[in-house]
Design a protein around this ligand. Sequence first.
Ligand code: SF4
Length: 279
Amino acid sequence: MAERHERFFDSSKLKCYLECPRQFYWRHVRHLVPFHEKTALSFGTAIHEGLFTWHKTYDIEESVDAFHRHWNDTMHEELRTAEKGEKLLRGYAERYPPKMEPFEFEMLEQKVQIDIDGIQYGGRIDGIVRWGGMNLVLDHKTASRMGRTYFDRFRPDLQMTGYAFMAKQLLQKPIHGVVINVLYFTKTKMDFIREISSREPFEYEEFVSVVMRLVDEILSNDWENRNSWMPNWTSCGNWGGCDYRDLCLCEDPEKLVPTMYRHEEWHPFDDEEGRIIVG
Ligand code: SF4
C-alpha cells in the first residue's frame, strides 16, 4: 500500500478488519471488488443523493432526479426499484416539509477528514443539526427490516461515534449524539422514523483509543507475506454473504480472482472537492 493511503482510515476500513482480517486482506491489500455490486448498497447510495438534494433545494423534482441519476439497477430485485426509490423520497418530503422540520441545519452533507495522532480519519457526514438545544449529527439510513432492537446497533458503533467525533473536532462544540433518520420500506409499506442515539464524553475517548489500537495492528501486519489466517466464520453470511466467500471456499482462490473480481482501490477521499480537513 502506498504510504499516503496506508495512513488513511475510515469506519468502513476498520470495521472490515474487525469483522475478518482475511476480508481486509482481499479488499484493502489486494484491492478486489466483485464485478457485481450489491443492490442494497447502491440503492442506499442513490437515496442518499436524493436526500442531499432535497435538503439543499427543498425541490422534490430535483431530489427525485438526483436519485435516478445515481440508481443503477444491476440486480433487478422486486424490492429495490426505481419506483420504490421515487416513492420513498416523495413520502419523506411529505412527512417532513421544510417548515415543519424540528431541527435546523448547521452543516449539510460534507466530507470531513481529521488528524488523530498522525492518522488521517475520514467520513462523509450527512449533516449536523441543532435540535432542541442539542448539536447532533444527522445520518440517513434505508432499512427494509426493523426489529424492536433496530436502533441498538448504533450505540456502541464505530461509524456513528466517528461521525460525532469528527463533527466535534470540526465545530469545536459538544456533539450530543446522532439522529438516525430511517427511511423504512417493504414491498407494500413505507415509514419514516427518527431516533436520537446519544453520546457521552467517555465514548469519544474510547473511540480514539480503539482507532489507534486497530491502526497499530493493521500497520504492523506483514500482509503480503501472510499465509495463514484466523478467519471470522461468523461474518461469512452477514448482509447477504461476504463478497469474498467464493475465494475462501476455494482451495486455490487465485484461480478465481480474475473471473470474479476487478481491481479498485479504496480511496473515498481522493476527490478533494468539498472536503474539510481538520487538524
Ligand atoms: S468469507 Fe468469511 S472468512 Fe472469508 S473473508 Fe469473508 S468473512 Fe472472512
